[in-house]
Design a binder for this molecule. Structure first.
Ligand code: ATP
Ligand code: BTN
Length: 255
């Protein structure tokens, strides 16, 4: 915990050489009553998980694979705002620490050079009207080389090392990420979603683009025009009709 720039986030920190998934460990700790701000980080994950049940490559020492437990006192519908908040915070930390400004692909993929450099997996446990906890899991490819990616993932993925052409020290970057997360989370609690929404829109590479939204019920094509006050994506179809999509139910393809 030496060098932490936060006042509460990450002060309770679990560090592992290897785990299955830091999200899984964090959920177990949260079920056991771990306080808000608890962080779980591992050098390697053997069963790292991505969105929609996919696996997440997490080889030893090459990335920042970690999860944070939050206990926001808001309705479950607002949990998707935290997903966007995490993308804004991690993107700010990367930009400040390396000079590289990542783009945000809705809802929360960070892209560099058009490829995925970071993914965020939000898991929530809630009652009808209250959140028990949210686990925000972040996977950031720091010093991954091309050979560290599987052949299927390689054309879609990148790392800070591959983009910058030099290795990046992980510890100070991780400290900056925790600092930005704490700062944006406190700001969100005090000022609501508006500042997050503005920062998200500034870094977005999705808005203004043709997209294809794949939800469980349909495929919808149109132009991504905005995100609304809850964090849902607004897409305008060919007939001018605007549809609203929540992050949980869809994936985006460039159309
Ligand atoms: P999403 O599920 O967020 O919509 P995607 O399919 O749009 O993701 P792509 O950039 O198209 O993301 O593809 C990257 C693929 O590689 C995803 O399936 C992602 O889960 C997978 N992947 C696994 N490990 C990694 C990693 N370490 N870095 C980047 N991508 C990874
Ligand atoms: C995505 O599909 O884009 C989300 C990837 C999230 C990966 C991170 S790595 C730390 C945490 N533990 C996991 O098993 N997944 C997340």
């Amino acid at each position: 915990a030496a060098g932490l720039k936060t006042s509460w986030l990450g002060r309770n920190l679990y560090y592992y050489d290897e785990v299955g998934s830091t999200n899984q460990v964090a959920k177990e700790l949260a079920d056991g009553g771990a306080p808000e701000g608890t962080v779980v980080i591992a050098e390697a994950q053997t069963g790292g998980r991505g969105r929609r049940g996919r696996s997440w490559l997490s080889p030893p020492h090459k990335g920042i694979w970690f999860s944070v437990i939050l206990r926001p006192r808001v309705t479950p519908a607002l949990a998707s705002q935290l997903t966007l908040l995490a993308a804004v915070a991690v993107a700010a930390a990367i930009r400040r620490h390396t000079g590289l400004p990542p783009g945000i692909k809705w809802p929360n993929d960070l892209l560099a050079g058009g490829r995925k450099v970071c993914g965020i997996l939000t898991e929530i446990k809630a009652e009808i009207d209250a959140i028990e906890y949210v686990v925000l899991g972040t996977g950031l490819n720091v010093n991954m080389e091309a050979g560290d990616f599987s052949p299927e993932v390689r054309p879609l993925a990148t790392s800070l090392f591959l983009e910058l052409g030099r290795p990046v020290a992980r510890l100070p970057l991780f400290q900056e990420i925790l600092y930005q997360l704490e700062k944006w989370y406190e700001r969100w609690q005090e000022e609501g979603f508006d500042p997050v929404r503005r920062a998200w829109k500034e870094a977005s590479v999705t808005l203004g683009r043709e997209v294809e939204v794949n939800s469980w019920r349909e495929v919808f094509r149109g132009v991504a025009v905005d995100i609304d006050a809850e964090g849902a994506l607004l897409v305008r179809g060919g007939g001018g009709e605007v549809r609203r999509f929540n992050s949980g139910e869809v994936s985006l393809r460039p159309a």
